[in-house]
Design a protein around this ligand. Sequence first.
Ligand SMILES: N[C@@H](CCC(=O)N[C@@H](CS)C(=O)NCC(=O)O)C(=O)O
Length: 284
Amino acid sequence: MTQSIEQLSATRSHGGWVKRFSHRSQVLDCDMTFGIFLPPQTENGPVPVLWWLSGLTCTDENFMQKAGAQKMAARLGMAIICPDTSPRGTDLPGERESYDFGSGAGFYLNAKKAPWDKHYHMYDYVTSELPALVREHFPISEREAISGHSMGGHGALICALKQPGRYASISAFSPVVNPVDCPWGEKAFSHYLGEDRGEWSNWDACELILAGASKQPMLIDQGEDDQFLENQLKPDHLEKACHLQGVPLKLRRHEGYDHSYFFVASFIDDHLEYHARHLLADQA
Ligand SMILES: N[C@@H](CCC(=O)N[C@@H](CS)C(=O)NCC(=O)O)C(=O)O
């Protein structure tokens, strides 16, 4: 049965459309909003898609408004879908007390601990429910790539590592690579998953790589002046894990860049071209 979606806005952009929709999510048990960029090529048939997962405090709108991705995506014929970053309007106790936990901070995992396990199933939402929904409504092909920023970089990495071969390519900006070993991750995982650190490892990019989950290449950009670099992001942990397991990691460090969308906007074209190469190569 086709699930219904409600269009909130439709805005012309680079010959295509930026649109926002709301819908009822079954897996999150709440109403959700997502953004989609449809390039002009959708007029001629299905196009491949890049999933973009945003970071802490973001909604589906930050990337669409700030990354400046539409021009290149229109040229490459690639759709981009931006899910929201957590369930919304669920009103769980403490959900809106801090920027790094609860609303706007779903961490793209399936919560196991009450009361979060009632709604916080962002992994199932972004990997299953939303992909099925968008294919019912838009000319989106089966070809997918995934990327994200910060908490969303963590999300992109774990989605790809937990389903080897699903995404044609993987990239991230300033990702949280080792959440079991940083304050953002420790706070979120202890609430969402409980105290069993064995369970935490299932949602941690470094731990998944060390367990041999996948050897798919990854492109990662990281600003050297990122205020979260030392304390939260720790890209050297990912470098070590990839080195040990022989995973081809292209980690580019950029002097002077911070954590903001000014950084993402500066290098997004490289990522879109990287994904287009993989999406189109795999199609041949
Ligand atoms: N609000 C937090 C930082 C949150 C933050 O930097 N969020 C990033 C992702 S982790 C972001 O993209 N923010 C929204 C934006 O820049 O549009 C703070 O003040 O320390």
